[in-house]
Design a protein around this ligand. Sequence first.
Ligand code: NAP
Ligand code: HSE
Length: 436
Amino acid sequence: MSAVRVGLLGLGVVGAGTVSVLTRNAHEITRRAGRDIDIVKVLARDPRKARALAWPKERLTTDAGSVLDDPTIEVIVELMGGLEPAREYVLRAIRAGKHVVTANKALIAIHGNEIFAAARESGVVVAFEAAVAGGIPVIKTLREGLAGNRIRGVAGIINGTSNYILTAMRERGVEFDAALREAQALGYAEADPHFDIDGIDAAHKLTILASIAFGIPLKFDQVSVEGIRTLESADIVYADELGYRVKHLGIARRMARGIELRVHPVLIPHRRLIANVDGVMNAVLVHADAVGSILLHGPGAGAEPTASAVVADIIDVVRTLTTDPQWRVPHLAFQPDALSDGPILGMADVESAYYLRCEALDRSGVLADITRILADLEISIEAILQKAPAPGADHVPVILLIHKVREAKVDQAIARITGLAAITGPIRKLRVETFD
Ligand code: NAP
Ligand code: HSE
């Protein structure tokens, strides 16, 4: 049988990793796919760029049309990133009857509903395993391995760059900016790292996970998003003293009143496996009714770990080339006409435990004032810690752990405590997840 001809859009970190894996493991891959896979054309922006990967010049182009309009190409692998022209190229490929593999979570989270509708119309596959958690096969696990379950929730460390930065700050005392530069040099960060550190990349991935877990349309604009930029080293240190690690999590949970979709830093008890997932590693915890809880762990970014997922998708597509479209696994796990559309809860309606830190004047009665405000609002305190003042300072850090409560109530308490004359500066609020 002739080789499957593939067009690659993008020869950056993941593009080059994909070519390397396909080349190095060609024999093994053909044994699995049943056909040879041949990358016949590669699109890039700058033909003169020095590349670590030796790639024949005659197979490199800056003309998207020469890849997208080539009738002999059956599969397009989009590894350019960004929304445009990636969206335009993917839709053009789909309308030309080509299957698509992509690692572009922004594209799927924001334009996935349109892309999957176009793919259904053209009877082609759009595969996107590499879009979530790099090398961890989490999409396949949720969509196929757990297909018999009612999934209750998914929580994960799903941005490798943020986890790398938090780990470098805690373990090596590296400053935030220096840790980010390291992550960029290692090829983990997005072209615009603001997507990583402000939680947007994690929100893209959570959008996709929630859709596949619960059978809902992709709803990126309804995710509550906070990143790690405003975290202070002091909170990482105090959390450690209290027995917690600070991690950046994406959480999607089915609640009685609706679905929680949120991305933010949280404190997790040291004893939990997910609290010990460090560096660029990602981990996704799934709670489902039949299987119980499972934790998927592995590298969340980087050239070859991501290429591992891209190549698996290419092999899947090659295997399905002869399958009738109606017998293929649905893009979002559930049949397209069976997606449900419940409410998504805003942060004010989320229930969580909390860590609060404020700076208070070192005088009597301050703690009593704070605890009175919490008692008036029926907020229960789990632990309270007052640190010694820094040399020469007249104020002390006060740290409170409070039991599970609606976020709207905590915000009310914070507003009242901030109004006390003895409180200097803003109150830091972090959510706590014990996974009990
Ligand atoms: P990258 O290193 O910046 O590579 C992007 C590639 O696309 C480059 O080769 C670039 O060409 C080409 N390109 C970009 N815009 C183009 C345009 N308008 N026309 C033609 N070529 C264009 O990015 P990456 O890190 O490989 O990421 C690619 C995708 O994978 C993104 O969607 C990202 O979110 C996703 N992803 C990345 C990782 C990771 O660890 N890096 C992990 C999972 C998913 P030049 O080389 O000529 O500049
Ligand atoms: N920038 C992303 C991250 C790449 O750091 O997780 C993997 O999706």
